[in-house]
Write a protein that binds this ligand. Sequence first.
Ligand code: ADP
Ligand code: MG
Length: 475
Amino acid sequence: MEFEPVIGLEVHAQLKTKSKIFAPESTEFGGSPNSHVSPICLGLPGVLPVLNKEVLNLAFKAAIALNCELHLRSRFARKNYFYPDLPKGYQISQYEEPFSTGGWVEIGTNGSTKRINLTRIHMEEDAGKLVHENHGNSSFVDLNRAGVPLVEIVSEPEIASAEEAVEYMKNIRSILRYIGVCDGNMEEGSLRCDANVSVRPKGSDKLGTKAEIKNVNSFRYVQKAIEYEIKRQIMAVENGEEIVQETRLFDSNKGVTFSMRSKEEAHDYRYFPDPDLLPVVMEENHIEELRRSLPELPDKKLARFKEEYKLPDYDAGVLTSTIEIADYFESCLKKHNNPKIVSNWIMTEVLRELKDDDDIDSFPISPDKLGELLNLIENGTISGKIAKEVFEDMLSSGKTAEEIVKEKGMTQISDQSELENIVSQILADNPDAIAKYKAGDQKLMGFFVGQVMKETQGKANPKVVNEILRKGLSD
Ligand code: ADP
Ligand code: MG
């Protein structure tokens, strides 16, 4: 019998606010343990949570960009459970009245697009972190993350493979980064998912029993964890075992998932509306404002770049991978109007120098300055090869291309008679090479061009040199 996997993801995305969802401490990553903690995060008696308004703005922006139905009125609920990383004894989340339901994310599977529907998005607070490493038999508790704002984006069980799951998550990450809602930094835990996996006989319309793999925090692990889990379940079913509904963890060293606990049901959590928090009421106007503030989203931009700039799929994909790179590209085009040339330079020279995609905003060579450099190639002032040297110099000195070219006397030599003189000298010095060339060793052309470049410190116009050499060698 053949089996097919069914996957639903619960993606947790940290909202990019300065302070926590109900308390004034910083959400910044990397503070010393328990340095961003207040009585509110600890749930000490007598404290009251106050909702951070920016959380609403960001959460609603996410829901708009993900095509969701928005609910003007929503409510926070307490999800009660005991765990050492949750000192209050409950997590503030949304349950019966989330701020958003429905919506979808499109993924491209072998050339066609597939829509993955969303069940809902809700706001919630993050829990703290248990630190087990390097402490012998003890575990330590760091509550810096407790109360960090999240949205949980829940998909319908419509994802059909590990690859689809990764693409789905990549697209969500890209959209959230575009709209400035989440930094998408998976190493720091800003984006992670719980992967729900089940298998069933191929073609069946009934869902099998699922296992939930908790807290998977890289695309590679999403891929590996789901692939392993599918294999494990198929093997179990084939051996006549029953799949138990449970929560599992992924061990990235061994590449396997293992059981953590049997799955709790919603009723185990004793959800109830949080009596310390008022219902959230949004105004239509305000939502319209948020809608208008959204930038062009990645899919649209990608299609436009291909259409408007006639860029190959690959280029358009790289250039729209972040909104910052896309903006850099388009600003550069305002100075230099050949899209493919600009694209080549960004994809090779610029992106090679960047450590993180985000850094392009502070890249020492502004788009204007890169455009000016490309203009110097186009109008024949410098060759493409010299331009790479100028680029390096611009990076370290911060000067403009024109300044560097002038100071270093790098202007390209295109003067016919000047180059003819140099070429004839080189031909006169290399009778052996000429003989070999004439006997059929065409590769020697490169040698002659190299000699001219050496003589002119790379400044000779390669096109002119080639013409002169070809003529000289055929005489
Ligand atoms: P729970 O109550 O266990 O949290 P939910 O119904 O809330 O389950 O679903 C949580 C996630 O699990 C959703 O993303 C959903 O699409 C997915 N899911 C539900 N049932 C299955 C299944 N049988 N196989 C795979 N994924 C599933
Ligand atoms: Mg659930």
